[in-house]
Design a protein around this ligand. Sequence first.
Ligand code: CXR
Length: 294
Amino acid sequence: MECGRRIVIIAVIATVLVVVIICIAICTGIPTPLAVTPSQTDDDFKDTFMERCQKFNGSKPSRANCQTIWDKFQQAYVNKDPCEVPTEAYDPVIAEAPMESAHYRFMFWSKTKDVVHEFTGKNNCFMTLEKFLLGSVLDDLVWCGKKGSNETFTTGCPNGTECVKNPVRSFWNRSSAAFAELAWGNVTVMLNGSLQTPFDNESIFASVELKRFEFPRVTHLAVVLVTQKNSETNCSNESLQKLKKEVLDKGIGYNCSAVTESHLKACASDTVKLSHWRFFTITSTILFFSFYQT
Ligand code: CXR
């Protein structure tokens, strides 16, 4: 009898202990086999958004602005089917964080993001979309909403093959359109010379950005074809001929030059080691040669 009571007491204490441990684990976010791991990391996503927004260009914009930008941004996709977010949903946030045109050279890319960022990262001569506020805040992030929820999800979001009108794709479509509408003068695009079709009709560059280049706002397009040592694709590639025709038909000038990735990387690392003047000379040389090849 005495032994039976002891077992009951031990069982009760053990149960209470397990419940307490599970409660602590759930409250502190430590995963346990019994705790359901939520797929949303709303707070983490918002923290990243706000942190990047605050850090953008030092202290500008103000905290208040970042909060307004966040509010307008998340209104585009929260509580919506993640396959039914149109590009226009981002109009309010684009209006809240407008991009400003200045005296730099606009740089576009398709399937060359890493090399472009390496090349443009340390200098302000070339401007990419990812150097503007929203582009820099959302670069490499994934997000979506869900009907019936006011949260932001970062896992289980649809990608481009699952549905076209997904929140990430629609955002880049919308902001790329704004970026291309801002572009003027001689613009540059870096395309991937390791691919058989460097100019891909389905890409955002082809379907959104190029469509918004208009003469005389945009006067010239310089294609830099980023190649590897053994790349077979060159500037006479069929897809590039289509690009050339589309550009010339608009009355915009065109030229193409193939540059090896290692050459670009060497230039990029030179920006760190060399003076701005020396870097400017190297960059100008690449661009100068690009005007004399087709
Ligand atoms: O030609 P795309 O490249 O489809 O799009 C690239 C162009 C760039 O010029 C840039 O201005 O569109 C803009 N852009 C981004 N800045 C960007 N950042 C991340 C477009 N897409 C961006 N992403 C993600 O990369 C999006 O999820 C998009 C994918 C497109 O990359 P791709 O190399 O095909 O779906």
